[in-house]
Design a binder for this molecule. Structure first.
Ligand SMILES: NC(=O)c1ccc[n+]([C@@H]2O[C@H](COP(=O)([O-])OP(=O)(O)OC[C@H]3O[C@@H](n4cnc5c(N)ncnc54)[C@H](OP(=O)(O)O)[C@@H]3O)[C@@H](O)[C@H]2O)c1
Length: 429
């Protein structure tokens, strides 16, 4: 084979080790697919003295310049994690004429536009398939296979930790705290789980998915975020009774002239919805295009080899272009400047669970509070006693978020209402 393409890896942790393994184990096929040998020339790590599987004959360094400034390296693969110094290393690599692959959702969601500009300026490619959905192909399908569509809606289970926790709460009846401990013991949740359970990890992925789907840059700060920390076993049980499951979704919807809205929150999903069957640490992205209709992408959203599958695909894509001397064909696809539809203007049906005084006339007072705000109710159930209080569950018809908020404000002030325990959006079929 005439050409050898040299790769510099920044990081050799969970994903980096997987990438080395896939490149090694599938080397023969990969070189035939690319038309050149792919070799890992150097790997950046913090601790060069640590023994590393598959890297016995590869040069380790703790100085990023050894890779970024090496004229022989064609592709730099960033697998460090975090915003800094990952961003600066990628930028410098591009400035030195190197193609870049990353799995880093933090950088893509927050500083991706700067890297796209740099890639265009320096005539190099920038790929980040693994930044959303781990091993699930979704960025390339959106940019290539589905590019003939206008995407109107994208909804994803893009955080394996929270999907595992909600699945266990649903199937075992466990409460939030015990299921979090179990997820930590199994290595599915970090010691500090905030980024997962509070929805920030999913928000980063939502910003990336929405920017590509709507061809319009969505900043992370625009994404409204609500995690799963307030979900109680009672909500799980009511969802089950009413024919739904609770999932944490990244949602991006096109509201036409009002603009696009992007958000992360728990949702009551009908059990018949394709995303409802996505359990444990699995991820899936469901989308609606004006030509393809509904489509869903399902698989492992994390893990060494699944994530490496996506990273290696990006490396192969760039290597093929190097071999055939094709410049980066698809750069930044954010050519639109779509208006952002505020959360208040979005519409949904809602599930509302309240603890109220257990006395006659309470139901009427609650129905009036909803009515005053223009929120019509599909059903109201007074179900059980909780201590001194009665529990009431209401499901609304489709209403604007701002009207539901008004109703919640009025309910909160009613003397008969002890507390609003939860408000969760209901996704209709
Ligand atoms: N893990 C997954 O399943 C998964 C899935 C999708 C996307 N991702 C993304 O992939 C990226 C890598 O994740 P990971 O789980 O592989 O991380 P990881 O296991 O923590 O590995 C990080 C690697 O980077 C090295 N490193 C970190 N900071 C460094 C610095 N400043 N200088 C030199 N070396 C440094 C570490 O060196 P030492 O080995 O010496 O400590 C380690 O080899 C992240 O952006 C993550 O969000 C991960």
């Amino acid at each position: 084979m005439a050409k050898e393409i040299k790769i510099g890896l920044l990081g050799s942790g969970t994903v980096g080790t997987g990438v080395v393994r896939v490149l090694r184990e599938n080397a023969e096929d990969i070189s035939k697919k690319v038309g050149a040998e792919l070799s890992i020339k150097k790997v950046l790590v913090r601790d060069t003295s640590k023994k590393r599987a598959y890297l016995e004959d590869v040069q380790l360094t703790d100085d990023a310049q050894d890779i970024i400034a090496d004229p022989e390296i064609d592709i730099v693969v960033e697998l460090l994690g975090g915003l800094h110094p990952a961003f600066e290393y990628m930028l410098a690599a591009m400035q030195n004429g190197k193609h870049v692959v990353t799995a880093n959702k933090d950088v893509v969601a927050q500083l991706g536009h700067e890297l796209f500009d740099a890639a265009e300026q320096h005539g190099v490619e920038f790929k980040f398939e693994a930044s959303v959905g781990g091993g699930i192909p979704i960025i390339t399908p959106l940019k290539e296979c589905l590019t003939g569509n206008r995407i109107t809606e994208i909804m994803g289970i893009v955080n394996g930790t929270t999907n595992y926790m909600l699945t266990r709460m649903t199937e075992d009846g466990s409460d939030y705290d015990s299921v979090l401990k179990e997820a930590q013991a199994k290595g599915y949740a970090e010691a500090n789980p905030a980024a997962d359970v509070e929805g920030l990890d999913a928000a980063r992925k939502a910003a990336i998915l929405a920017s590509i789907s709507f061809n319009s840059r969505i900043a992370l700060e625009q994404v409204s975020v609500e995690g799963i920390t307030n979900i109680e076993p009672a909500d799980i049980n009511y969802a089950n009774e009413l024919g739904y499951v609770i999932k944490l979704l990244a949602v991006a919807k096109d509201y036409g002239e009002k603009g696009v809205n992007v958000r992360v929150h728990p949702v009551f999903l009908p059990t018949s919805h394709p995303l409802a069957a996505v359990k444990d640490v699995f991820n899936a992205i469901f989308l609606r295009g004006n030509a393809i209709g509904d489509a869903m992408f399902y698989g492992r959203g994390a893990g060494s080899l699944p994530t490496a599958s996506a990273v290696v695909a990006d490396i192969i894509g760039e290597a093929r272009n190097i071999v055939s001397k094709v410049p980066a064909v698809i750069g930044c696809t954010c050519y639109n400047h779509r208006k952002f539809c505020p959360l208040e203007e979005t519409e949904s049906s809602y599930y509302v669970r309240l603890h109220v005084d257990d006395e006659p006339g309470v139901l009427g007072a609650i129905a009036s509070a909803f009515g005053e705000s223009g929120v019509s109710l599909k059903s109201v159930i007074q179900t059980r006693k909780v201590g001194d209080h009665a529990e009431i569950v209401a499901v609304t018809h489709i209403v604007q978020h701002k009207h539901l908020q008004e109703a919640a404000d009025i309910l909160q002030k009613l003397p008969v209402v002890d507390s609003i325990r939860s408000i969760i959006r209901v996704e209709e079929d």
